[in-house]
Design a protein around this ligand. Structure first.
Ligand code: ADP
Ligand code: MG
Length: 343
């Protein structure tokens, strides 16, 4: 019967149309944000049909609270602050996340000959970049010498098998160069546990990326062209499934008589790093690694930092001040991820 046949055909067409519509509808993009660690966090993700998004904000805030409760120097009751108040010889059992971050920091301290050093805290505070608040002029030489005496990752005895840490001296740990990265890793873990595999998470300049955006394209991240008081784009990076961190002395510093003093301190000299290296961007598997490496390469400086990155085949972009110009230097590993330049 022609009528019935027609009916069946149009039903099929209709179904086909519905299926097409379901495929065509762009996946839903979500965004959450808040503040933490003196800056902001944000999470962008694509919810697939199987992913569980209820209560996500609470889970993310709980993960960030874990990092702050264990590793903040701005909280007197954090595990880290309690360790910093412990006496020489005290053997302290570390919570798991604290231990994971310390292990990465100590590895990097060893690899960089102490240019990166999680015990740099007394110098950071003395120069006015810690919880005691800012200062306007450099500290006296004698104070720098006293603070330097307290710095040195070799004064730490860490037992990886039991997670115990003993200090020999008056050690003050500072994880500000790595905690934001670690927080980003934890946020990514929260999403992955919920079956979310397309996301971009970040805390300040430290981010973790995986999968695609709602339009099916890979995530793109802009690297800033650093300049005081203004913001423009240097280049656009497509990192794939990776972490990226940018660490620069151009935003957190104080000025005294035409000289800028950065919040990144060279523990080998006790002084803030020179002004020539403006920013370092690093791609790595984890944001914890990328964050710490960016700080480490800043301290090593343009020449040693670049050599360090080449030797370890790291993906690194350095922006270097050359008189009035800004010179860029990138490792071959980094060049592979540049989507477009701003020029
Ligand atoms: P930001 O993202 O705020 O620029 P960074 O990741 O560059 O932060 O880390 C800078 C912070 O790291 C400083 O404020 C200080 O607390 C700490 N720091 C400074 N110098 C060193 C160093 N040589 N090794 C490890 N940590 C450092
Ligand atoms: Mg860092």
């Amino acid at each position: 019967m022609p009528g019935r046949h027609l009916h069946a055909t149009s039903l099929l067409l209709l179904l086909g149309g519905l299926l097409l519509a379901a495929c065509d509808r762009p996946p839903e993009a979500h965004q959450l944000s808040g503040s933490t660690m003196g800056t902001t966090w944000s999470v962008q993700f694509i919810a697939s049909p199987g992913s569980e998004t209820a209560g996500l904000r609470q889970d993310i805030e709980m993960a960030l609270e874990t990092v702050n409760a264990q590793m903040s120097t701005y909280r007197e009751d954090s595990d880290l602050s309690r360790f910093n108040r412990s006496d020489a010889g005290d053997r302290v059992e570390l919570p798991a996340d604290f231990a994971r971050v310390l292990e990465t920091a100590l590895e990097l301290a060893e690899q960089t000959g102490g240019a990166y050093d999680p015990t740099v805290g007394p110098l950071v505070n003395l120069w006015g970049f810690g919880p005691d608040g800012p200062r306007r002029e450099p500290p006296p030489e004698s104070d720098i010498e006293v603070a330097r005496e307290r710095v040195g990752w070799q004064k730490l005895d860490y037992e990886p098998d039991t997670g115990h840490l003993t200090q020999h001296g008056s050690i003050y740990l500072d994880f500000s160069s790595i905690a934001k990265g670690y927080g980003s890793d934890l946020m990514a873990e929260v999403l992955e546990r919920r079956g979310i595999s397309d996301y971009l998470v970040q805390i300040g300049g430290d981010m973790r990326v995986r999968g695609h955006r709602a339009d099916g394209e890979r995530w793109r991240i802009a690297v800033e062209r650093p300049a005081e008081g203004e913001r423009s784009i240097h280049s656009v990076i497509q990192p794939g499934d990776q972490a990226m961190a940018t660490s620069g002395s151009y935003r957190n510093f104080f000025r005294d008589r035409d000289k800028a003093f950065s919040h990144t301190i060279d523990p080998r000299t006790g002084y803030p790093i020179p002004e020539d290296l403006v920013s370092v961007t690093v791609l790595a598997d984890s944001a914890k690694q990328a964050d710490a490496l960016a700080t480490a390469i800043n301290v090593l400086g343009p020449d040693d930092g670049y050599a360090f990155a080449r030797q370890r085949e790291l993906a690194v972009l350095l922006l270097i001040r050359d008189g009035d110009r800004l010179r860029e230097q990138m490792t071959p590993a980094f060049a592979a991820y540049v989507a477009e330049g701003a020029d």
